[in-house]
Write a protein that binds this ligand. Structure first.
Ligand code: NCD
Ligand code: ZN
Length: 368
């Protein structure tokens, strides 16, 4: 079994009431990496089984930068669903990877035709496959003006890339030096600060009273930075933005249980094979998709507010994106459920999920 840090409350859950079953509107994942090829086929069924829709990140090896490429990627995802015999309807919501060369007209076309749901800003070299990212936000002026006009959401990986800035400070510095001026310059721009990890981000988003939203991952609610070094380096707890101090994890838990509608679910499930994680210069990314809803439900229960889980998972996201809430539901039962030890890809490589082998107290009903 996975060795769990004392700071991780998963597993010794505080049973707040006698709920044996929890049925909520079917949720969406507002930030996920589905990859391509065999890896896509291996990971997609986990997301499609739980979520009705997902905002799919465009950071493929060759990033998805325009409408034509997004249509191509979307059809690969739909083909993979069919190949994996996923019969439940799942809608991949596509995003454009912004570069210094992005054309405002192409974004606007993709958005108006319903191919793009949002555009993603990766500061160049901030994370996996972000070498093509934006080198200077000033170069995006025409693009951002257009997005502001048409109401297209801008999703931000909020970390500065300056090597001189401590890796644990990069989110807070980004907010102060880049995000605040950006929002000042484009006051009507719809912004989602992705996978927030700090109290600085929680405070900033809260202060914006709905002008800016944020996604929060399950893993950042469960681990702090100690978990990276516990009993030796733990590459499967390494992601970007990297987990921070305990006080930041506590702030994130407060945010998701606050009932504020600008905080919603985004797993940032980011699979890499074990070979790519357990190596010199291992990849950043935590693969949480296999147990995503069970992990979040555990956190809400530990906080004694399981009744607030549905809003966070299923209501606030669509509201911010201006979409309908899903019609169907999912049910979680209070039953032991082990996070799989490994997920095997068709080429024989393996992926290790977040908290692999750990037994959680909730199980998604109809789980195979
Ligand atoms: C993501 C990935 O692997 O694509 N990694 C991660 O640590 N979250 C990229 C990202 O979202 O930063
Ligand atoms: Zn991500």
């Amino acid at each position: 079994m996975h060795n769990v840090d004392a700071s991780m409350k998963v597993g010794k859950s505080i049973i707040s009431n006698n709920i044996k079953e929890l049925t909520i509107r079917r949720p969406d994942d507002w930030h996920v990496h589905l990859r391509e090829g065999l890896l896509l086929e291996a990971v997609l069924p986990f997301t499609a089984r739980q979520f009705a829709r997902a905002i799919v990140m465009p950071n493929l090896t060759e990033p998805v930068t325009n409408t034509v490429e997004a249509e191509g990627y979307q059809s690969l995802i739909l083909k993979a669903l069919a190949k994996e015999n996923v019969t439940r309807k799942f809608i991949p919501l596509m995003t454009a990877y912004l570069t210094d060369m992005t054309k405002a007209s192409d974004l606007a076309r993709g958005y108006s035709e319903g191919i793009f749901s949002a555009a993603k800003l990766y500061p160049a070299n901030s994370t996996t496959n972000s070498a093509h990212g934006v080198s200077d936000i000033a170069k995006l002026e025409t693009v951002l003006n257009k997005m502001e006009d048409i109401g297209m959401p801008l999703l931000i990986h909020g970390e500065v890339t300056d090597a001189a800035v401590d890796v644990f400070d990069r989110e807070a510095v980004f907010i102060r030096e880049i995000l605040k001026p950006l929002i000042h310059e484009y006051p009507k721009l719809k912004v989602v600060l992705e996978h927030i990890t700090t109290s600085d981000a929680v405070d900033f988003v809260s202060s914006m009273k709905g002008k800016v939203a944020a996604t929060i991952t399950a893993h950042h609610l469960i681990i702090n930075r100690n978990s990276l070094f516990q009993g030796g380096f733990q590459p499967h707890n390494y992601c970007l933005p990297v987990a921070k101090r305990e006080r930041h994890r506590t702030a994130l838990r407060k945010a998701v249980t606050s009932g504020d509608p600008w905080f919603f679910l985004g797993t940032d499930s980011a699979p890499h094979t074990i070979k790519d994680k357990e190596t010199n210069c291992g990849c950043a990314g935590i693969f949480s998709a296999p147990s995503a809803l069970e992990l979040y439900a555990t956190v809400f229960e530990e906080e004694g507010v399981i009744e607030k889980f549905e809003n966070f998972a299923s209501i606030y996201g669509p509201a911010y994106y201006g979409l309908e809430t899903n019609a169907g539901t999912v049910t979680l039962t209070r039953e032991e459920c082990m996070v799989p030890e490994r997920v095997t890809v068709a080429d024989g490589t393996e992926i290790k999920p977040f908290l692999a082998g750990k037994v959680l107290g909730w199980r998604l009903k109809d789980k195979p």
